[in-house]
Design a protein around this ligand. Structure first.
Ligand code: HEC
Length: 122
């Protein structure tokens, strides 16, 4: 009787572990898909078009009008700083040539967030 019960509870624990595992990997997959989406938007010439001005790891035919985007997470540890740069860099530098992606609705807030997820992996 006790054996039977412990088999059952072992099974229950195993099932619970499977469920937790599925949730954890779904979360990781979601984060990864935001990074992929952000990279796509950044490299898309009709969207972020960041490569026109920035060297970015993995991107083809980059321009050098802006600084290379590298080690971004240590330079800007706070994600809201990156969101602000993408939303409207003219607030930091009125003379910048970087387009105000948020203010001019070139990218939606959701798209800006995905690009920031990608930038934080650089
Ligand atoms: C037309 C050129 C241009 C485009 C397009 C452009 N940027 Fe920039 N970016 C710049 C310049 C120039 C700077 C330097 C800072 C300034 O001008 O205020 C800059 C600065 C930055 C910085 C701060 C970098 C640092 O080291 O301090 C980040 C982050 C950034 N850009 C991200 C992006 C992303 C992401 C995209 C695409 C969604 C993008 N930029 C598109 C010109 C551009």
């Amino acid at each position: 009787m006790t054996d039977h019960f412990s088999t059952k509870s072992r099974l229950a624990a195993f099932a619970l572990a499977m469920v937790i595992g599925a949730f954890v990997s779904a979360g990781a997959a979601q984060a990864q898909s935001a990074v992929d989406e952000g990279r796509k938007l950044a490299f898309d010439r009709g969207k972020g078009n960041c490569l026109t001005c920035h060297v970015i790891k993995g991107g083809d035919l980059p321009g050098t009008i802006g600084p290379e985007l590298v080690d971004i997470k240590s330079k800007y540890p706070k994600r809201e700083d990156l969101v602000a740069i993408l939303h409207d860099e003219t607030l930091r530098n009125p003379l910048t040539v970087m387009p105000p992606f948020g203010r001019n609705r070139i990218l939606t807030e959701k798209e800006i967030n995905a690009v920031v997820d990608f930038l934080q992996t650089l």
